[in-house]
Every structure is written in structure tokens, then in C-alpha cells.
Design a protein around this ligand. Structure first.
Ligand SMILES: *Cc1c(COP(=O)(O)O)cnc(C)c1O
Length: 369
């Protein structure tokens, strides 16, 4: 017997709910008061699989797709040749030429960049659409407000450049409303006639703050169903459900060590399940001994001992019934990714983007619209 029957399902997989993704996009749109939306799809759409994500969002017509580098820009272009693609961060000089040649939209932080982009665009006989980044407090790039250089940039004319937008970024929108309000005010006061796009808000910015007359928002995390501000979580639907299966269940006597370092010793006669996922899949090793739970058969059970590269152990002594082969949810609908990230000492953004390629993404959708 040769053939497909012998191919096993993956040990660990991520179910991707595209209906939830579309729900979240529509919520972002509504919550922003009908501003245009740049769908932030950098880092493989926060680990969700950029191809499926952009195909699912395309009918909802995001004004831009936000990426981190030209490699990601190429991926989006290959799928949606007509789509506008915006480079969210500072462009690397080694990427300038490709940016210009392929009409990706960068943001500039200095006059030197504008000059270089202008020269390149002239060489390629194009008009490059470019935005100005303004540093209202992020400290990662951009023109500083109230400087001569920003004034010069706002007034800059080049026959091969179209300065079509200005953007800035929020470092503490989920932590410091006073500072964030000031950023909105400061940014909104920067003016230039004929500016098509003015954008500042990430997920937390669009969820929680007035729009100050800006017209484009840049949600990332919330599209994937996680709110940086807990009070909006109920309105979003998780897109990724990270799953694995029980490989083995054993009865272990009291006093037996579990996993590397023997940091966990059974206090009672126990039933211990071994699950086929580990830190090489993106289930962080820092979750060891931090009270993380998994969900199986509708109940939760604790992860015990250290997370190993490919396997974790779960105490199922109190789970009434479970068997090898049972599906286990690591996070998604029952286990909150925000809680898990906190237990891991990190943030949901890092958990999502750390899900390894060997974790197969399995796409689910009912509504094909
Ligand atoms: C990643 C990124 C975003 C999206 O942020 P979220 O907090 O995930 O919504 C928005 N703007 C810029 C410049 C970014 O780099």
C-alpha cells in the first residue's frame, strides 16, 4: 500500500479563520469612523500566512498593504499586482532601487532620502509616490516636528516625486493616553495642502482615540483578533487557533521529575500527557513554570515542567477523560493569546510572529465574499 493514505496530519497546526479576519477588518473600519484602512500584513501577516490573509481582505479594499521590507512587498505584489504597498519602517538604502523600480511606497525621514529617491525616480522615468515620516515621539525614524528640515520637506518639489502623505507612529497608545493625545494634536497641526493621506493610528490608536481629521489608519494586531486594550477584546474575533495533539498519556507516581532541569516534581500520583509542540514551534520556553494552561475536551489543564524543543507535558490528572490523539488548544478561542503572552513575559505580537514555519496553517472560511 503506497500513496497518500500514509501521510500523517501535522503534529502542530494553526487554524486560520478568515471570516474572523474580515469581521475584525470591518470593525476597524467602523471604529475609525470610516477612515481608509491600511491592512498591516508585515511578518507574514503576523504569522497568519500573508497569502491567505491578503486574498481574504482584498474584497474589502484596503487602501494599502503595510509591509516591513521589499521581500514582503514582492510577496504582496505577486498576489495583487494592482495593490498599493507601503513600507512601514525606515527603508534600508540597499532597498531604495527596488522600491522605486516597483512603485512600492516608502516613507522618508530626511532631505537626503528625498533627494536620493528623486534621483532614482528620474533615472527610472517614474513619479514615485512617497510619504514623509514624522517623529512625534516614537524615536525610530522621521522628521522632527517644528524643524527647518521638515518645513523644507513639506515644501519640496521634485518632478519625479509626489509627496502624497504624512505619517507618524504611537509608542504608548496602549499605556499613556495623555502622551498619545498630545501626539495626535501635534501631528494634526502639521499641514501641507494637497496631502492625500494623513495617518497616525495603529490598533490601539484607532480603537481608543479621536481621529483629529486624519484619514487613514494602520491596524495590525486587531485585524488578527487581539486588542491591545482589553476593553475592546469582546468586539474582536481571534483569527488563529494554535493546536496540537496528545501523543501519549502515562500514569506517573508521586515524586517523579518532569522534563529538563527537574523543575517540576509530581506531588501526587498523576496522569501526564505529552503534547507534540515545543519552543521550536513557537511555544516559548519562557512559558516553563509560569502557570500556562492548555484547553482540551472543554477544560483547561496546566503545562508542567520545562517546555522542550518539540514537546510539552500537561497534567491531565483532573481531566475526567482524555486520550492519546486528542486535540489540544494552546491558544485561540479558549486560551487567550494575550494571557499566554503575559505568562511568557512577552506580547501577543511576538507570540504570533514566532510561530514557526513547520506549524502548518490551515485556513477556514465559510463566507467566500
Ligand atoms: C506594525 C505597525 C503598525 C501596526 O501596529 P499594531 O499595534 O499591530 O496595530 C502600525 N504602524 C506602524 C508604523 C507599524 O510598524
Amino acid at each position: 500500500m503506497e500513496g497518500t493514505m500514509a501521510i500523517s496530519p501535522p503534529r502542530a497546526w494553526a487554524e486560520i479563520d478568515l471570516d474572523a479576519l474580515r469581521h475584525n477588518f470591518r470593525f476597524a473600519q467602523a471604529q475609525s469612523g470610516g477612515q481608509e484602512v491600511m491592512a498591516v500584513v508585515k511578518a507574514n501577516a503576523y504569522g497568519h500566512g500573508v497569502r491567505e490573509v491578503i486574498k481574504a481582505l482584498e474584497p474589502l479594499q484596503p487602501s494599502f498593504y503595510g509591509v516591513a521590507n521589499v521581500f514582503e512587498a514582492r510577496e504582496v505584489r505577486a498576489l495583487l499586482p494592482e495593490a498599493r504597498i507601503y513600507l512601514l519602517g525606515v527603508a534600508n538604502p540597499s532597498e531604495y532601487e527596488e522600491l522605486v523600480a516597483h512603485d512600492y511606497t516608502p516613507c522618508a525621514s530626511s532631505m537626503a532620502e528625498l533627494h536620493t529617491f528623486g534621483e532614482l525616480a528620474a533615472r527610472y522615468q517614474k513619479t514615485l509616490r512617497i510619504h514623509l515620516a514624522i517623529d512625534t515621539g516614537m524615536g525610530r525614524g522621521g522628521f522632527l516636528p517644528d524643524t527647518a528640515e521638515l518645513e523644507e520637506a513639506l515644501a519640496y518639489q521634485h518632478s519625479h516625486l509626489e509627496i502624497e502623505g504624512i505619517g507618524s507612529h504611537l509608542p504608548v497608545a496602549d499605556e499613556d493616553p495623555t502622551f498619545t493625545e498630545q501626539q495626535f494634536q501635534r501631528f494634526a497641526s502639521i499641514s501641507k495642502p494637497d496631502l492625500r493621506y494623513r495617518h497616525l493610528a495603529n490598533s490601539a490608536g484607532l480603537l481608543h482615540y479621536a481621529d483629529y481629521g486624519l484619514n487613514l489608519v494602520r491596524p495590525g494586531l486587531m485585524l488578527y483578533g487581539v486588542s491591545p486594550l482589553p476593553e475592546y477584546q469582546a468586539q474582536l474575533k481571534p483569527v488563529m487557533r494554535l493546536c496540537s495533539r496528545i501523543s501519549l498519556i502515562r500514569d506517573i507516581p508521586a515524586g517523579h521529575g518532569i522534563s529538563y532541569g527537574r523543575t517540576f516534581i509530581t506531588q501526587r500520583d498523576s496522569r501526564i500527557a505529552t503534547i507534540g509542540i515545543g519552543y521550536a514551534d513557537g511555544y516559548h520556553r519562557s512559558l516553563s513554570g509560569r502557570g500556562a494552561q492548555v484547553s482540551l475536551r472543554g477544560v483547561t489543564a496546566p503545562v508542567i515542567g520545562r517546555v522542550t524543543m518539540d514537546q510539552i507535558m500537561v497534567d491531565v490528572t483532573d481531566v475526567p477523560e482524555c486520550y492519546a490523539g486528542d486535540i489540544v488548544e494552546l491558544f485561540g478561542t479558549e486560551i487567550s493569546v494575550s494571557t499566554l503572552a503575559q505568562q511568557a513575559g512577552t506580547i501577543p505580537w511576538e507570540l504570533f510572529t514566532g510561530i514557526a514555519p513547520r506549524v502548518q496553517r490551515i485556513v477556514q472560511t465559510t463566507d467566500r465574499a
